[in-house]
Ligand binder design. Structure first.
Ligand code: 4NP
Length: 166
């Protein structure tokens, strides 16, 4: 069983989008018994909330329903349970590094550092491997975020399948 946790700041825009899309790809590949998917935020402002309406609607436009997801904050136990803890941006990664317990065996890194390249080696992002925070932006910021996440989540699944032979 491979366990993957996506983390952003609020757990209402980027990480639930990654959670919902990656879960859809896992399900479509018939791997829901092999890969566990979850998401969380470094902040606690939106605990218990549904994803941001703008994130929900842009995901639904592309055929992904993320309305059932609920915000939660990263907790110590996550570092002991998850194999991959993937941060949406550099600040999230920095914040996670600061609270990662010494005994954690989780692989902690930037989502796009794991998911930037497809199996042919083609990159989806440049030198900056952040999924920019769309929260204070407009529709185009949510569009940019879901584009990176959609391709990134497909690349990530291919990489995990290869690494774990599943
Ligand atoms: P997310 O976006 O980290 O992609 O969920 C944000 C959501 C909420 C806030 C910031 C970013 N906030 O400041 O409340």
């Amino acid at each position: 069983m491979v366990k993957v946790l996506f983390v952003c700041l609020g757990n209402i825009c980027r990480s639930p989008t990654a959670h919902g899309l990656f879960q859809a790809y896992v399900n479509n590949a018939g791997l829901s018994e092999d890969i566990v998917v979850d998401s969380a935020g470094t902040g606690a402002w939106h605990v218990g909330e549904s994803p941001d309406k703008r994130a929900q609607s842009i995901a639904l436009n592309k055929g992904y329903d993320i309305s059932h997801l609920s915000g939660r904050q990263v907790e110590r136990d996550d570092f002991l349970r998850f194999d991959y803890i993937l941060a949406m941006d550099t600040q999230n990664l920095h914040d996670l590094s600061n609270i990662k317990p010494a005994q954690s065996k989780s692989t902690l890194g930037l989502f796009l550092a794991f998911a930037n390249k497809d199996t042919a080696g083609k990159s989806i992002a440049g030198r900056v491997l952040d999924v920019p925070d769309p929260f204070y932006g407009g529709a185009e910021h949510f569009e940019k975020a879901i584009q990176l996440i959609e391709t990134g989540a497909k690349n990530l699944l291919a990489r995990i399948r290869e690494e774990h032979d599943i």
